[in-house]
Ligand binder design. Sequence first.
Ligand code: ZN
Length: 164
Amino acid sequence: MSSIKQQFKVRLPWAIDLFRSIRGSIRAQYYKLFFRQKPSFVCPICNYKGPFANYNTLYTAIKHTQCPKCELYERHRLQFLVFSALEKQYNFSNMSMLHFAPETLFKKYFKSKLLKYHTADLESSEVNYRTDICKLPLADCCYDIVFASHVLGPVSKLSQPDKT
Ligand SMILES: [Zn+2]
């Protein structure tokens, strides 16, 4: 916990949320104005409607993938829609969840829906459990739901056998 950004996150979490909200609103208006010739999409998470951002790397480009307002990707929108559909079948207000590598926007959402919500991460100190997903310090069946997204890459790297 040494960087200025981490100190800011811990001491003024509302300021981070406010900054993200303002940045997202500005970015959304920018996309609507300057990319209005692109196809329009709806984000079920933040209700933005308009063109989405592409994700570009050195080797590939994925078109229309990131919502410019909440900055989340299609996997997040799918997770949100699945969770919303499941919410119609299950009473989450009586359930507990352990959320690995928690996404900031999902933290508030899950916390508001569940009776007990805890977070875990291998590296972040802003979680309830700073732990390796392969070596959990928890008893079996102590949570109703375990939510882990986008962690298989790091886990498979950690699970590699030693080559020494
Ligand atoms: Zn969005």
